[in-house]
Ligand binder design. Structure first.
Ligand SMILES: [Zn+2]
Length: 80
């Protein structure tokens, strides 16, 4: 069972602490207009609007990181 909103305190996009007044963002990768997957709401918190936009590009990756309260690994490999 997962809560509707992940209450992470670390931004999964940039790794910075999240201010207490930032609401969770909704970036549901399964949302297809009329079909809403109830048990995968894709809610988590980021530190700023710019990170919210980044999160929307790859919501699944960032949501998983947010659930562990960690910064997500870089999506595009530069080395490593
Ligand atoms: Zn951030």
């Amino acid at each position: 069972m997962t809560d509707a909103a992940t209450t992470n305190t670390i931004c999964p996009v940039c790794g910075l602490p999240i201010a207490g007044d930032m609401p969770p963002v909704s970036v549901d990768p399964q949302y297809r207009g009329h079909q809403h997957v109830e048990d995968d709401p894709g809610l988590f918190r980021v530190c700023c609007a710019a990170c919210a936009r980044m999160a929307a590009l790859d919501p699944k990756r960032y949501r998983i990181a947010a659930q562990s309260n960690l910064k997500a690994p870089q999506s595009r490999g530069d080395g490593k």
